[in-house]
Design a protein around this ligand. Structure first.
Ligand SMILES: [Zn+2]
Length: 243
């Protein structure tokens, strides 16, 4: 049995731009990695050759699968929520479908965005952060969603955070990090995974210089754990966890 990591986000390409280093490093050390993506990204600003929103969604699903392959992640699903509209989705339903997955799959580590919505402050990112965080807590509570499987206590929930801002964009309010991940061994794979999102090529052109300047590290904040403790600095998502 391997350690298990669940990563939850909103759009195809989030898996590489936000979490790519962490996911590739985890896959390389034999961690069983599973991804849940809430939308197929059909409201994206960059649309490639797609004539319709549905067509863009189909293209982006295929790009997402290609990116996951590069990162080494075998298990990934794209749900059917509407891109750009997550704040209007039913919160209890979003959290419930994650509670069900957490209880069934029993991840050691759950990763998601911070409530700031990541460098681009996307509201979908904030909603995913809220729903995933609630789901980790509610999966551990016998009073919540009793029909969705046996209670499960997730050992660690991390939020993604950052140490830089994007020029010319509204600035997020990032949480202080407790974990700095050196992603140099997989940096090129993170970029290659982004490149697999062909429709998002213009976006990659914009972020590549930023990644080259800031992208050798990823930052995370430990948000929830069953063991009361002071915040400490770490360099490993899985330190001290056993299968
Ligand atoms: Zn996104």
């Amino acid at each position: 049995m391997a350690l298990r990591l669940l990563c939850v986000f909103a759009h195809p390409d989030d898996e590489c731009f936000a979490f790519g280093g962490a996911l590739a490093l985890a896959a390389d050390r034999g961690v069983d990695v599973r991804l849940v993506c809430f939308t197929d990204g059909q409201a994206g600003s960059y649309r490639g050759a797609a004539a319709t929103a549905a067509e863009l969604g189909q293209l982006r699903r295929a790009e997402f699968a290609a990116s996951c392959k590069i990162l080494g992640v075998g298990q990934h699903e794209v749900l059917d929520y509407q891109d750009g509209q997550l704040e209007h989705a039913d919160f209890s339903e979003l959290a419930g479908l994650l509670v069900e997955r957490i209880r069934a799959w029993r991840p050691h580590v759950v990763l998601t965005f911070g409530m700031d919505g990541a460098p681009n402050t996307h509201p979908d990112h904030t909603v995913v952060s809220a729903a995933t965080t609630a789901a980790v807590h509610w999966a551990a509570s016998p009073k919540r969603y009793p029909s969705l499987g046996p209670v499960y206590v997730t050992p660690r929930l991390y939020h993604q955070t950052q140490n830089y801002f994007l020029d010319g964009r509204p600035q997020p309010l990032p949480a202080p990090w407790t974990l700095k991940l050196d992603i140099r061994p997989v940096f090129q794979r993170k970029i290659d995974a982004f490149r697999a999102h062909t429709t998002q090529g213009p976006l990659l052109d914009q972020v590549l210089p930023i990644f080259e300047q800031h992208g050798q590290e990823e930052f995370y904040t430990l948000i929830a754990t069953p063991d009361p403790q002071p915040a400490t600095q770490s360099t490993d998502l899985f330190a001290g966890l056993s299968e």
